[in-house]
Design a protein around this ligand. Structure first.
Ligand SMILES: [Zn+2]
Ligand SMILES: [Zn+2]
Length: 449
């Protein structure tokens, strides 16, 4: 028997009655005010608004008056960087999962570009043990495809799967060798596990620090062309199709990549893709001030690219939203733009950024946003959170009216390199229940007993 994919520090199961929240769960077909009673960490009852009671005096049930607030299935992020082991000054499993919970996430998948790289069964066992002690929300780990991310030698994929690998990725780097990817897909046939790909051709991206286009030309900053990503998406889709393998394209950023993904899907390739909140909300115009928080890989691209991502998300060509939460220490980011490391944090702002920038202006439906913030689960074989009786309680309660300034009052993450820092967003997470326990509670949440 293989190990379960998700591990965390199990806290006391919650007993809570969330009264009169507007429950929106597109999969359960619910979009109205309800009472939700959680007992022993599971959803015990869904009643009409104002009808459920907390139960007998023997039970210590907390009551949350949530009229006017929204209750969603907990979000799932298949792409985060938690820096354990080796770079805990940026983030660790405790702070990373605290940031996840504060963003309404009830499960996340951590990438392997740690120090050392997560590329062996003993290392996987040790980070999973650490997660059992420190993770507030369930975490899955996605070990490397190749040893040390060097691209030359496959990891022991079958053994890693036995130890609970949720998939494989060399994220941070592409699998440059087509032959290596082909070999990985042949092993995948034996052991399963989605192969997630950071698509970039280093011979095209070179020393680029931002999107190659008008803005990079005006700034005189070396650019990363869209074809660096798109050619690799097209190549890898062909390889996956040939091997009947299953691949997932990480952090899509360019219109041409979305087109390559759509074409591969039309051809019947078993391929899925994700987009990040920053690529959905921002463009390379945000890089004009050379703010290093706007430096990420792949880079923010043009309005045309952003529109293609939004359309892909809407049509389902892009399957889910993933934050690519990438914490970096302040001193590492406080250097000239070209020298700064790539990456932005994103767990605490994912929902609010997209809600503010795309849902409020009428570009995306709230219903679709909730779907795409949970659709990542099934792609990696994780259970999809549902607001239904008998299900484990994975819930997020959000005040859609509340405005907040990102970074005011700090972050739950150990790092502050958030591309939305200083912006006013609407939609504040008040409560997150993950795997049946309270993982986050905002100070603003009023509780009545
Ligand atoms: Zn990446
Ligand atoms: Zn990443």
């Amino acid at each position: 028997m293989a190990e379960p994919l998700l591990v965390h520090h199990a806290a006391a199961p919650v007993e809570v009655l969330i009264r009169e929240a507007h429950v929106l769960d597109p999969r359960a077909g619910i979009d109205e005010a309800r009472d939700v009673l959680v007992r022993d960490g599971a959803i015990a009852e869904l009643g009409a608004a104002g009808t459920l009671e907390a139960g007998g005096p023997d039970r210590d049930v907390e009551v949350v008056e949530a009229a006017g607030r929204h209750l969603f299935p907990g979000f799932v992020d298949p792409h985060v960087h938690f820096r354990t082991p080796g770079q805990e000054h940026k983030e660790d499993l405790e702070t990373g999962t605290r940031a996840a919970a504060a963003g309404g996430f009830c499960a996340v998948l951590a990438m392997p570009n740690t120090d050392p790289v997560l590329d062996s069964a003993p290392l996987l066992r040790s980070v999973r043990d650490a997660a059992r002690l420190h993770a507030r929300v369930p975490v899955g780990f996605v070990p490397a495809i190749t040893r040390g991310l060097h691209g030359t030698e496959l990891t022991e994929m079958a053994e890693l799967r036995q130890e609970g690998a949720a998939g494989f990725t060399d994220d941070g780097r592409p699998v440059v060798s087509a032959g290596m990817l082909r070999k990985a897909l042949q092993y995948q046939r034996l052991c399963g596990g989605v192969i997630a790909l950071h698509e970039e051709d280093p011979s095209l991206s070179g020393k680029g620090a931002m999107h190659e286009g008008d803005v990079s030309a005006q700034l005189g900053v070396t650019g990363i062309p869209s074809i660096s990503e798109a050619t690799m998406v097209a190549r890898d889709a062909l390889i996956a199709g040939y091997e009947a393998g299953r691949i997932h394209v990480q952090h899509l950023s360019a219109r041409e990549s979305v087109e390559a993904l759509a074409e591969a899907k039309r051809q019947g390739v078993r391929i899925t893709g994700e987009a990040s909140p920053h690529h959905l909300c921002l463009t390379d115009e945000a890089v004009r001030g050379l703010d290093t928080r706007m430096k990420m890989n792949p880079p923010l691209r043009t309005e045309t690219d952003r529109q293609a991502l939004i359309e892909g998300l809407r049509s389902g060509v892009i399957d889910c939203i993933a934050t690519d939460h990438a914490p970096h220490a302040r001193d590492e980011k406080e250097v000239p733009f070209e020298q700064a490391p790539m990456g932005t944090t994103g767990l605490e702002t994912a929902f609010a950024a997209i809600y503010t920038n795309l849902v409020l202006p009428g570009v995306l439906d709230l219903d679709l946003l909730v779907r795409r913030l949970t659709d990542g689960a099934a792609l990696f074989g994780l259970p999809t959170p549902r607001v239904a009786p008998g299900e484990p309680a994975n819930l997020t309660l959000i005040d859609l009216e509340r405005e907040w300034v990102v970074g005011d009052g700090g972050y739950e993450s150990r790092s502050a390199n958030c591309c939305f820092d200083g912006r006013t967003l609407q939609g504040k997470v008040l409560l997150t229940v993950a795997a049946g326990a309270i993982a986050f509670r905002a100070r603003q949440l009023e509780v009545v007993r």
